[in-house]
Ligand binder design. Structure first.
Ligand code: SF4
Length: 452
């Protein structure tokens, strides 16, 4: 049975709905000290990928059983019994570790979501052992993608899969998702993964009962299985009772897709923007920046149209800019933050920042020399920019605190002398290797040479 690997794609999920994370961390850590260890996901959640099923994305084991068989099966029942008896299931260790480190976990994120669904009378939080359809679904139905980002892996982008098939020497850079990468090379299989028809038919049934649908990818907006499922729910008249959460790189956004999104009761769009202009085109390979910029305006206009009487968090459409901060994107962070503030001024997008941990050579804490000096200065001035805006704008100050904290922690790690020569060496080799393959140039994008 495959083990779920925790990678950059995993923490893309953890960013969701964490604006009040600290508050909930305290609240639910206190609850945990009571008799049971409760998490809503075994009762109310399901996570579907091309290789298996689990209650959520942080669960350390993916079952190969069909979705409905899994929901009725002994593994899930045992998880529920363990929790009700106050034991942390071993598959939930990641959440427990996160909380012990004082970090917002998937458990807390989804507890908040379930409570907000309950407040709107969409669900009743349960503790029984009966079979019920889950109301919170996260789906990664394919690795089909129109980009080949340097921070991603073939497991989540078929374009990276094709590149790996043509250049097997890149395997050494995909340590976190090595199993899938090896399979792609060895079998020469088509690097496009998607759920099979039998599984999809069960997901349709489950989605009809669900109240919150969350699509990541790959790039869900270009995946026919996703679009067909949305259309199915719209045609049945069920979209108006469900919330939709979707992660997108924005390249394929168009008015037809946005019309589908806006058919749902609430729509939460997370736009992945790690850098702007040439930096975006370099890191998020396949990006056409002008197209992204235009599409962000389309999304923003849709948000403003639907949210006329609502504030930044609370409208029928909310948009969050998600920034994955890597050894590349940190080098132009200030420009990216200035761009983000324009999106905030015009459309009231929120901001979430995550640090890239995998591939490990792109973890910015390993930067050295001129790159480290630049990263420090970019982070320092970005914090200053965000703090100044927070001092002028109460609404902005309410949600930007997490991002400022993230950046302050990054600055502390960059100021330490804890250097890792091996990882930096890997970063330089990876950069030069990819530059050659893709006919790109780090130096022309960032204005200095990595050997400095
Ligand atoms: S505790 Fe964490 S890993 Fe376990 S089911 Fe809940 S969210 Fe998933």
């Amino acid at each position: 049975m495959p083990l779920l690997k925790l990678s950059n794609q995993h923490y893309l999920t953890l960013k969701a709905l964490n604006i009040f994370g600290a508050f909930f961390l305290i609240k639910y850590s206190m609850e945990k000290s009571n008799k049971e260890y409760y998490c809503v996901m075994p009762w109310h959640g399901a996570f579907y990928t091309t290789v298996g099923t689990a209650p959520c994305c942080s669960f350390s084991h993916l079952s190969e059983e069909k979705p409905i068989t899994f929901l009725k099966g002994e593994e899930l029942a045992e998880i529920k019994r363990s929790m009700l008896n106050g034991r942390v299931p071993k598959q939930c260790q990641y959440c427990d570790d996160q909380e012990k480190r004082g970090v917002n976990s998937t458990r807390i994120t989804y507890q908040r979501l379930a409570e907000s669904l309950e407040k709107r009378n969409q669900i009743t939080i349960r503790r029984d052992l009966d079979f019920n359809y889950p109301e919170i679904l996260e789906m990664r139905l394919s690795n089909l993608c129109n980009m080949a980002c340097r921070i991603c892996s073939p497991n989540w982008s078929n374009k990276l899969g094709k590149e790996l098939q043509q250049n097997p020497n890149l395997l050494k850079y995909y340590k976190a998702d090595r199993q899938a990468a090896e399979l792609i090379i060895k079998n020469s299989v088509d690097p496009l993964f998607q759920v099979n028809d039998e599984t999809l038919a069960e997901i349709y049934t489950i989605a009809e009962h669900a109240k919150h649908l969350f699509f990541t990818g790959g790039e869900p907006t270009i995946h026919k299985q996703v679009i067909d499922l949305l259309d199915h729910l719209i045609e049945l008249g069920l979209a108006g009772e469900k919330s939709l959460q979707i992660n997108t790189n924005c390249l394929a956004i168009n008015p037809q897709i946005l019309k589908r999104f806006s058919s749902f009761l609430r729509t939460m769009i997370s736009v992945s923007i790690d850098g702007i202009g040439a930096v975006a085109e370099y890191q998020r390979y396949g990006t056409k920046w002008q197209q992204i910029d235009d599409n962000l305006k389309l999304i923003g206009d849709m948000k403003n149209l639907k949210n006329q009487d609502f504030n930044v968090y609370d409208g029928p459409v909310s948009v969050d800019m998600h920034l994955a901060l890597s050894s590349y994107t940190v080098l132009d962070l200030y420009n990216t933050m200035e761009y983000y503030l324009k999106l905030y001024d015009e459309y009231k997008f929120t901001l979430t920042i995550n640090t890239v941990l995998f591939p490990s050579q792109l973890n910015l804490k390993y930067l050295q020399g001129e790159a480290r000096r630049r990263a420090k200065s970019q982070v320092f001035f970005s914090i200053d920019l965000l703090k100044k805006r927070a001092a002028e704008d109460f609404v902005f100050a309410r949600f930007i605190g997490n991002s400022i904290n993230q950046l302050e922690n990054i600055l502390i790690s960059l100021e330490s002398n804890d250097l890792n020569g091996y990882e930096y060496d890997q970063f330089v080799k990876y950069t030069l290797n990819m530059d050659e393959l893709r006919d790109q140039s780090f130096e022309s994008v960032f204005g200095f040479n990595l050997k400095n």
